[in-house]
Ligand binder design. Structure first.
Ligand code: ATP
Ligand code: MG
Length: 357
């Protein structure tokens, strides 16, 4: 049996999950989401490491996670993701060298300041022979080390750091077939994880990431739109946002005009999200290797906003559904949809090759 714990440290909350794997069955042992005081993390970057370390320590103790090993995710402006194309190479060392060389050419950060990770995502044949497309992630070394140091200060041992986008795909989409087995007809799926400050936008084929981008939009922008329109405080705006949602039926016990006003503010406030998702999808579609996009899957705290799926479907013209990380687990216990949506990144981080402990 193996146990893996993963943490997703966001701007509004820490989410953590503990998964146990026994006889190939993956079971959720624990899951927790706890709010973080504002200002410790912003746009995916740690601003106040000492206070954050105290919060992580407290979170770990309260949730009673096992051991000290932890997997972590990163998504911020100091991580660059590119896709590169190379001749297909069978030799692992040769392939690694070729990817690193090409990555150094394309990534605008000096190689000694980055940590680079790459995954093959597609193999195809051209007149020039077999070629392979790789997605390359280059993260600023000091940012990654800063995250690991903060978590160590909380008394934990980071055992792996992955791109949030990869974790989100593992949490929301079924496992892929083998890389070079007939996937030529598989359509693409867009996945959009909308948090409090940022949105991870991903396009995947067979659960492999073909495009990803971080958008500076989240639920806090919706709360702000409500506050600006209604004159309510941020705390009150958060409450009415959650109660009213973007679209829906009249709310019992609520003044219909207030509900309409809040929904109107949310509809206007969510326009940048439609625009940014639309821009990302158009960019993906303009690539020579693109596939038709079949649907958009949503997760993150803001996916809990009632009607956001219908709103985005109307705005984008493709089917939109709410994803559920519980489907990737054999046993999800009493994990609620609310916690699952906010812990999707943590679930995906923990699903990556569990190690024995
Ligand atoms: N029922 C709900 N209706 C509307 N919005 C909701 C609901 N529940 C949570 N949210 C919003 O979800 C956001 C928090 O989501 P999440 O926990 O995924 O963010 P985070 O990981 O802390 O942020 P980020 O990843 O952007 O740093 C908040 O903006 C909150 O208002
Ligand atoms: Mg988040």
């Amino acid at each position: 049996m193996s146990t893996v714990v993963a943490l997703d440290i966001g701007s509004s909350a820490i989410a953590g999950v503990e998964l146990k794997t026994a006889r190939e069955r993956v079971t959720l042992a624990k899951a927790a989401v706890e709010p973080l005081p504002p200002g410790l993390v912003n746009d995916g970057e740690i601003l106040r490491p000492d206070e954050l370390a105290d919060e992580i320590k407290r979170f770990w103790r309260t949730a009673r996670f096992s051991g000290k090993k932890v997997r972590l995710g990163v998504a911020n402006q100091r991580v660059v993701v590119r896709t590169i194309e190379l001749p297909a190479l069978e030799d692992e060392a040769e392939r690694r060298a070729a990817v690193e060389f090409e990555a150094a050419e394309q990534i605008p950060i000096p190689p000694e300041q980055t940590v680079v990770d790459a995954q093959p995502v597609l193999r195809f044949t051209t007149d020039a022979g077999e070629r392979e497309r790789h997605v390359v992630v280059a993260a600023h070394r000091d940012m990654v080390e800063g995250l690991a140091a903060t978590v160590r200060r909380a008394g934990l041992h980071p055992t792996g750091i992955d791109l949030e986008a990869f974790a989100i795909l593992r949490a929301l989409l079924p496992p892929p077939p083998v890389i070079d087995e007939g996937s030529a007809d598989t359509p693409a799926v867009a996945v959009c994880h909308v948090g409090a400050e940022v949105t991870n936008m991903i396009v995947a084929v067979d659960r492999r990431c073909h495009f990803t981008r971080l958008v500076g939009f989240g639920g806090s922008h919706l709360t702000k739109a409500v506050a600006e329109r209604t004159g309510l405080t941020p705390e009150e705006s958060e409450v009415v946002k959650t109660a009213c949602g973007l679209l829906g039926e009249p709310l019992e016990g609520w003044d219909p005009e207030t509900v309409a006003e809040v929904r109107h503010a949310l509809a206007l406030g969510a326009r940048p999200l439609v625009r940014e998702i639309g821009r990302s999808l158009d960019y993906y579609r303009s690539q020579g290797f693109s596939r038709p996009i079949e649907r958009l899957v949503l997760s993150g705290g803001t996916s809990l906003c009632t009607g956001i799926d219908r709103y985005l479907q109307q705005g984008l013209g493709i089917p939109v559904e709410i994803g559920d990380p519980r489907r990737q687990l054999d046993e999800a216990g009493d994990l609620t949809a609310e916690v699952a949506a906010r812990a999707a990144v943590a679930v995906g981080l923990a699903l990556d090759a569990p190690e024995a402990s």
